[in-house]
Design a protein around this ligand. Structure first.
Ligand SMILES: [Zn+2]
Ligand SMILES: [Zn+2]
Length: 152
């Protein structure tokens, strides 16, 4: 499921982040750029704690609340997605709507490369007066590794 995603040139991605920050009147700090780059490099669903572990080499003294705030800002800017599918909140460098699979045994979250047709649900929610932030489709079950190992 990995490897099929198109990887954007890192310089282009960074330039887009800088532009997005400036557009919103947000300061362009090395902290924000480093965390944005780490998320792109990790290229999977990660917790703020994982980003913190990686970031502390490059950003000595950075705290978990700062990492959370920065990841939430990236999500607000459309440069990351917050994925809340049970378990800790995950941050996803892939920003377009997509479907997730979640293993109920080991907690692994991965992408499914099918388009998520959420437009109708979002329209219906808005018609009902609901201020929708987004929609998630999560396929739950056992991942191939857990199924093969007989883990339940
Ligand atoms: Zn599993
Ligand atoms: Zn994803």
């Amino acid at each position: 499921m990995k490897g099929t995603r198109t990887r954007e040139d890192d310089a282009a991605a960074e330039a887009r982040l800088v532009a997005a920050l400036r557009d919103r009147g947000q300061r362009v700090t090395s902290q924000r750029l480093v965390i944005g780059r780490l998320l792109r490099e990790l290229d999977r669903h990660v917790t703020a704690e994982e980003v913190l572990r990686r970031a502390s080499e490059q950003l000595p003294g950075v705290s978990l609340p700062t990492v959370y705030a920065t990841l939430d800002l990236l999500a607000e800017l459309g440069e990351a997605r917050r994925v809340s599918v049970g378990g800790p909140v995950l941050y996803d460098p892939r920003t377009e709507d997509h479907v997730h699979v979640r293993c109920r045994v080991c907690g692994t979250v991965d992408d499914l490369d099918v388009p998520l047709e959420s437009a109708r649900a979002l329209r219906a929610a808005r018609a009902a007066g609901f201020e929708a932030d987004g929609a998630e489709l999560v396929v739950e079950g056992r991942c191939a590794a857990c199924a093969a190992a007989g883990r339940r």
